[in-house]
Design a protein around this ligand. Structure first.
Ligand code: AMP
Length: 272
């Protein structure tokens, strides 16, 4: 597996692959890889000849009081995992390689960022959209895979690619979960054993809430389970992110809740 730190190196590599007729599948990540990330690689393999991953903890998508500095970084372990997974190359740029000192261009979605995570993390999706645009322009993949765990992110990236005529097919991948239902996440490493035990209950409560359609009861149960704070627990339509009281194959329950300093998110489709 090739490891590239600069744009010019990875562009040369991709140029060589494309001139041999290879199609490129891309899986962008922030590292601290887990099985959820690796499942995206499996999905990408179904659609392309070779797989390229990126590992970049994007500073501009973190708010000032968020966990950028303590976000887990385990590059050597990540590289070993990607090698065993048959990834052809990994792009691991330094911050300076991605952002010049005067990066004046922003990508500002004009809709869909005032709800769900966007409401609670101002500026987050602008940071995501800029880095994803840059990465897609550097890697120029045929397909790129993003997890449904970050459903609003996947939704905005699909719009972004359509709006900016980026020639990459965006594929959404299902959420990989631990045995007790906890959505896998690099941030799960932050959880103490007691918090980890509580964390698994979120998914169970979401399933129950989808069945009984009672959000207030769901919120009470999340707090009773031991969560410290709920950012949101909502039913929304998955094709426009609007709140809904209808239950059909377009309905999804979305949640974000805090355990100590760790913020967990999850979502489930009504027809899952
Ligand atoms: P991150 O490293 O957290 O930025 O995630 C990189 C990609 O992996 C994003 O597209 C996420 O949605 C996806 N991802 C993270 N956790 C999971 C999971 N448990 N199941 C599936 N995809 C995931």
């Amino acid at each position: 597996m090739e490891i590239f730190k600069t744009k010019s190196e990875i562009r040369d590599f991709i140029h060589r692959q494309k001139s041999q007729g290879k199609t490129i599948g891309f899986v962008p990540t922030m590292g601290a890889l887990h099985q959820g990330h690796l499942s995206l690689i499996d999905d990408a393999k179904k659609h392309s000849d070779i797989i390229i991953c990126s590992i970049f903890v994007n500073p501009i998508q973190f708010g000032v009081n968020e966990d950028f500095s303590k976000y887990p970084r385990q590059e050597d372990k990540d590289i070993e995992l990607l090698k065993t997974k048959g990834c052809s190359a990994v792009f691991m740029p330094l911050k300076e390689e991605i952002y010049s000192s005067e990066n004046i261009t922003k990508i500002m979605p004009q809709k869909y960022t005032d709800v769900l995570c966007g409401k609670f993390r101002p500026g987050h999706f602008e940071g995501v959209c800029l880095v994803v645009t840059k990465l897609l322009n550097i890697v120029t993949p045929d397909v790129a895979v993003f997890g449904q765990k970050d459903f609003q992110q996947l939704f905005l990236i699909k719009k972004l690619v359509e709006d900016l005529d980026i020639n990459t097919k965006i594929i959404g991948a299902k959420i990989l979960k631990e045995q007790d239902g906890l959505a896998m996440s690099s941030r799960n490493q932050y959880l103490s054993p007691v918090e980890r035990n509580i964390a698994g209950k979120l998914n169970t409560i979401l399933k129950e809430t989808l069945a009984n359609k009672n959000l207030e009861k769901g919120k009470r149960e999340i707090l009773e389970a031991g969560f410290d704070k709920i950012d949101y627990l909502e039913f929304r339509q998955q094709d426009n992110l609007e709140e809904t009281k209808d239950f059909n194959d377009n309905t999804r329950i979305f949640a974000a809740a805090w355990l100590g300093k760790t913020r967990l998110i999850d979502n489930i489709s009504y027809d899952a």
